[in-house]
Design a protein around this ligand. Sequence first.
Ligand SMILES: Nc1ncnc2c1ncn2[C@@H]1O[C@H](COP(=O)(O)OP(=O)(O)O)[C@@H](O)[C@H]1O
Ligand SMILES: [Mg+2]
Length: 358
Amino acid sequence: MIIAGASGYGKTVLLNLLAERAASIGGMQVIGIDAFANGLRVERAIQDCTCYKVGLEHTVNILDVIFGWETEGGWENNQILHVVAQVVMLLGEPGESADGKKRFIPMKLESGERGVLALAVKRLYQQYGVTPDTPVAAMPTLTGLIHVLEAMGDPVADTFARRLRYLIYGSSTEQGEKTPDGVAFDGCTTIDWRFEDTIVYYDFKTVPEILLPFFYLQALAAVWRYVRTRRVTRDIFLMIDEFGYASQVEAVANAAWVIAKTARKYRLGMVLVDQTMRPFLDTPTGRQLHANAAAHFFFHMQDVEAQDVARAMSVITPRALQFVIDAEPGQCLGVIRKDAYEINVECHPLEASAFLNS
Ligand SMILES: Nc1ncnc2c1ncn2[C@@H]1O[C@H](COP(=O)(O)OP(=O)(O)O)[C@@H](O)[C@H]1O
Ligand SMILES: [Mg+2]
């Protein structure tokens, strides 16, 4: 499911109503990922909800396995590419995205250099006997990757090893003390992922913007492991607000797609929210997420934006398009398969006092 529309018109309110009603009426479990303190509001409003706050006091291990055994093309090759993409991003330069948000510009590689990293990750996984079943506490870390790179006796591998050493230890020789990046990324994952309550939120508000994509990836990987290995008793909603920013990082969009394409089999529904449809129209992965979505909800959009969406979806008639452009807060166009509905999102007074007026 995709929810899009301009800021301040009711996306998060709808998301929270969905969470609350799916849990209380639908008997579903809800998992939310958020970096804007909305999880705390939901926790205050709903008894059976826990919001975990996650910041830089935690370590995330970018080597953790996200892919399961059943992955098309094999878990290992997909996983290696996934780790290489993250290492290249972590070794990149701080820069800005088109919308002015801080992000890493991935390190520039000469052709073929990527292969060296891929081989190193492969060897590291073999040394540790890593499989999709390996618990996070038994995973190798970036320091392990440095050792494999150094043992390769190759000039390109040496370059990666040195850069990683500088990133983690701030030095090419010392390895006693770690940099903040080293603390955040070199070690086994310490976030205690618990998906026990009916509604579980993970809040990344205190994570620096530039590092958010890595934390989102971790969260997606953790949810996916949980969903694939749990005893299936109820349906799950995975909700990701402000998805667009993190998904500018290819690895995040990819992870969402890995989950979305087999989600139904595991009785998981994903709800992705963003201010525009750009994340779902501009890249191949985004378009796959869009094409795979069972429903869309469009809150108010400016003319140009709304017209782009109408061009991409033939069920949006000129009348429906006008509805999106004229929509007031709390009104949205619901597109479910081949039908479009003009919707007023109505709250019970108790819901209104919990979820309106941010
Ligand atoms: N269903 C609704 N009914 C009445 N007012 C709403 C409704 N949804 C949103 N609003 C108003 O719009 C404000 C912003 O909603 P919010 O969901 O935070 O917007 P978004 O997430 O799209 O930026 C709310 O605080 C509330 O005042
Ligand atoms: Mg919002």
